[in-house]
Design a protein around this ligand. Structure first.
Ligand SMILES: Nc1ncnc2c1ncn2[C@@H]1O[C@H](COP(=O)(O)OP(=O)(O)OP(=O)(O)O)[C@@H](O)[C@H]1O
Ligand SMILES: [Mg+2]
Length: 221
């Protein structure tokens, strides 16, 4: 059974005078312990695909299964939210940090939501992303690269089976990127299925597989 699988996903956006076909029939299967890098030009549908896979957005056609259970159209919404909280770590482009909480409390929050606060794991994750010294800071006081690393720690807080990240190393320097890659590598070795939208060659080079989106479709690399 795949960790997560998308079946023929379509997503349309209607605005006043135009229609965008953001996804046009995407099929994707990610196994436990597999890391996939997703590349493609700006506007090709990468963030839209991540949102639909994570159950944050509803596709207009097709569906997503998380460990064989249909996530798309799963109701009530509270049940879908709890499957997401338990099974999926998400770092989207605008970030996932609550501005009024410290970095450590941001990492604690997803654990608290599923009733599994774990101080030792918070410390270990902050160490892994090299933010131990900044754990009491508010997100607004972090640099772009620090905020991205903090966001990754939040996404990994609950040891999710599936991790989605949108450009996690977009604003980090080479040394910080190496740390993030090491962390992702350990997560993959622990069996997490990982899909990352990225423009980074280093990250794509470490992936088991690279997929390319163009105009809402997966094309051959
Ligand atoms: N909420 C929305 N309403 C209208 N159009 C949208 C919406 N979200 C995305 N789109 C459009 O859908 C297309 C795909 O957008 P998406 O954000 O998925 O691209 P992307 O591949 O992530 O790009 P980038 O590399 O710049 O992040 C774009 O044409 C975008 O303008
Ligand atoms: Mg995007």
């Amino acid at each position: 059974m795949a960790a997560i699988q998308a079946f023929d996903l379509y997503r349309f956006f209607h605005t006043r005078d135009s229609e965008t076909l953001a996804l046009r029939g995407v099929n994707l299967r990610i196994e436990a312990g597999e890391m996939i890098a997703m590349v493609g030009p700006s506007g090709s549908g990468k963030s839209t695909l991540l949102s639909c896979l994570a159950g944050l957005d509803e596709p207009d056609g097709g569906y997503v299964e998380l460990s064989g259970e249909r996530l798309t159209t799963l109701r009530p919404e509270a049940v879908r939210a709890s499957r997401r909280a338990e099974g999926i770590g998400i770092l989207m482009q605008p970030g996932n940090l609550f501005p009024t909480l410290s970095i450590a409390d941001n990492v604690r929050l997803p654990m608290a939501m599923i009733g599994k606060p774990n101080a030792a794991r918070i410390g270990a994750l902050l160490h892994d992303v090299d933010l131990t010294d900044r754990q009491h800071a508010r997100p607004g006081h972090l640099s772009g690269g620090e905020a991205a690393r903090a966001g990754l720690a939040v996404a990994l807080a609950t040891s999710p089976r599936v991790l989605f990240a949108d450009e996690p190393t977009g604003q980090v320097d080479a040394a910080a990127e190496e740390r993030v890659l090491d962390l992702l590598g350990r997560q993959r070795a622990a069996g997490t299925a990982i899909l990352i939208a990225t423009h980074s060659q280093a990250l794509a080079g470490r992936a088991d597989r690279v997929i390319r989106l163009e105009d809402g479709r997966i094309v051959d690399v």
